[in-house]
Write a protein that binds this ligand. Sequence first.
Ligand code: F6P
Length: 326
Amino acid sequence: MKEIKTIGILTSGGDAPGMNAAIRAVTRTAIYNGWRVYGIYRGFEGLINGEFKELTTESVSNTVQRGGTFLKTARSEAFRTPEGRKVAYTNLVKHRVDALIVIGGNGSLAGAQEFAREYDIPVVGLPGTIDNDLYGTDSTIGYDTALNTIVECVDKIRDTATSHERIFFVEVMGRDAGFLAQNSAIAAGAEAAIIPEDKTDIDQLEKFIGHGFRKSKSSSIVIVSENQKEGGVMHYVDRVHKEYPQYDVRVSILGHLQRGGRPSAYDRILASRLGYASIEALQEGQRNIMVGINDDKIVYVPINKAIKMDKPIDRELMNVLGALSI
Ligand code: F6P
């Protein structure tokens, strides 16, 4: 095993609150161990374009509380090609980087995995995405903050929904995963959540409007995961217009505000623990793993498992939502 003296770190894909706290933890733990750290700007794109800058303990001062990622991020098309990855590797060799830490979601860790398969360099992934859709970790960096942001927004929407006795469809992020929708619905006391994991959306809508809503409520909130169907949230709104024209319906698409803002204490602590653990993992000779958290313990998950296996939604939570929204 080659001795590690220098590491590179980058953030990739959609930004997530707490990424800065993770960069800080990686940087400071590495320096504490006598290693050099290169921050690589703009994700894999910067790896290809040679955007390397050495990080010091001061470079990460005043970052733990800031949303976004000061290393910037990108979704790189060039890194999907073998030619792009070759240039990326040449740049790592040029800077004598012995190991790479990648903070990102599914797509970013898939890129990291492909790179580690082709080139002899240890890669450690940290789960950074608001979607919480990586297998093997109970939570991803940014998920808790985004969840709290959604709940704060839905609380506000609730005020106007109640005043006007309207049904609101609120679209939240999550790409192909319903964690944000399901848990924000419970936390905000929404009447229903329509999530990608549940294929019975037609029944859900009927169940909710045809029975629950009509029976006892004058206003209602339904949280809908984005990309659930062609047309997203508008698909459901169109259905209500056609099938239940007596109701006054409005839509709120929360969009990218869900990705911004100061990370919650939970995300800062999670990011700090995972960042610290990523350096420990490299010291132990680990490679091609994602560092995650399971039952409050640090775990190492092979990257290919983290990206390929489906993280199951807790079905019991749908029952909780159903029971509490009568
Ligand atoms: O993966 C994080 C995420 O915010 C998803 O929830 C969403 O589908 C996507 O990124 C949006 O991507 P973009 O920032 O490219 O619009």
